[in-house]
Design a protein around this ligand. Structure first.
Ligand SMILES: Nc1ncnc2c1ncn2[C@@H]1O[C@H](COP(=O)(O)OP(=O)(O)OP(=O)(O)O)[C@@H](O)[C@H]1O
Ligand SMILES: [Mg+2]
Length: 256
């Protein structure tokens, strides 16, 4: 793709990405897509499609067998790892994979402190991130004493505290009660970052993401407007995507 002065550099550019796990199981077979700065995009697809495998390539936890991933033009690879980890914030499906310090404060401070922030500046960063997710009063609590939904919010705060360029969320609405699910949607809508959201919650994708990608058997099977993809019965059936009982994507009006 041309990246001259009139073409802004995409936040994320995945090109020809293929990957096989060490046991030989190939999970990705040449994935191509790009996200413009500030876009909110859902990554849909059935169990085993390769969504988490793809996510793990976005900040170099896994490294491509073939193809490339670029974040704001920077290739993901050993050379720029610290910068990539700062720019790409991943909220894992299980908050317990993300929270490991004795207090909420220390968990949220961990990334920014590692990036060199200290003192009042660090505290302000922690407070801002916790306030954003409505968890400021839990600052001194041990994360393992919090409920699942509260831990999910703190996990989001640990990532927001890094002020990432791209926020990647793997199943952010799973196990949240309806009010928490809506509050997380409000938070995501209020952020001025590029968002890639893996989800099986199709109404949530429709509500939050004007565009969706369908990943199926390790390739991008569709890339388009979320409302149009969800209304395409053949596409949905072909990739084991099912809307909740009674939900009609055509009857929902969404603001971009
Ligand atoms: N560590 C691993 N070693 C070998 N194969 C793996 C490993 N992790 C995942 N796989 C395989 O890679 C494929 C893609 O898995 P992945 O976890 O990326 O799917 P997913 O789309 O995230 O599914 P889900 O919706 O269930 O979370 C699956 O067939 C899975 O069995
Ligand atoms: Mg997964």
């Amino acid at each position: 793709m041309a990246t001259d002065s009139v073409t802004p550099v995409p936040s994320l550019e995945v090109s020809g990405l293929a990957f096989a796990y060490p046991d030989g199981h190939q999970a990705l077979f040449g994935v191509d897509f790009s996200l413009a700065r500030g876009e909110r995009v859902a990554l849909l697809g059935p169990n085993g499609a390769g969504k988490t495998t793809l996510v793990l390539h976005l900040n170099g936890i896994l490294t491509a067998g073939a193809g490339t991933v670029r974040v704001a033009g920077l290739p993901v690879g050993r050379q720029h790892m610290a910068e990539i980890r700062r720019r790409v914030g991943i909220v894992f499906q299980d908050p317990d994979d993300q929270l490991f310090m004795p207090s909420v404060r220390e968990d949220v401070a961990f990334g920014p402190a590692a990036a060199g922030l200290k003192g009042a500046e660090l505290e302000a960063r922690v407070d801002r991130a916790l306030t954003r997710v409505g968890m400021a009063e839990f600052k001194d609590r041990p994360p393992h004493h919090l409920s699942f939904g509260q831990r999910r919010r703190v996990a989001v705060a640990t990532v927001l505290a890094m002020e990432p360029e791209i926020l990647v969320l793997d199943e952010p609405s799973s196990n949240l009660d309806p009010a928490s699910r809506r509050e997380l949607a409000d938070i995501l809508r209020s952020l001025d970052v590029t968002v890639l959201m893996v989800t099986h919650d199709l109404p949530y994708a429709l509500e939050l993401c004007p565009r969706s990608l369908v990943l199926s058997e390790g390739v991008i099977a569709a890339d388009g407007r979320t409302g149009e993809l969800l209304a395409d019965d053949d596409l949905m059936r072909a990739h084991r995507l099912e809307l909740p009982f009674g939900f009609d994507p055509r009857s929902v009006s969404v603001g971009a």
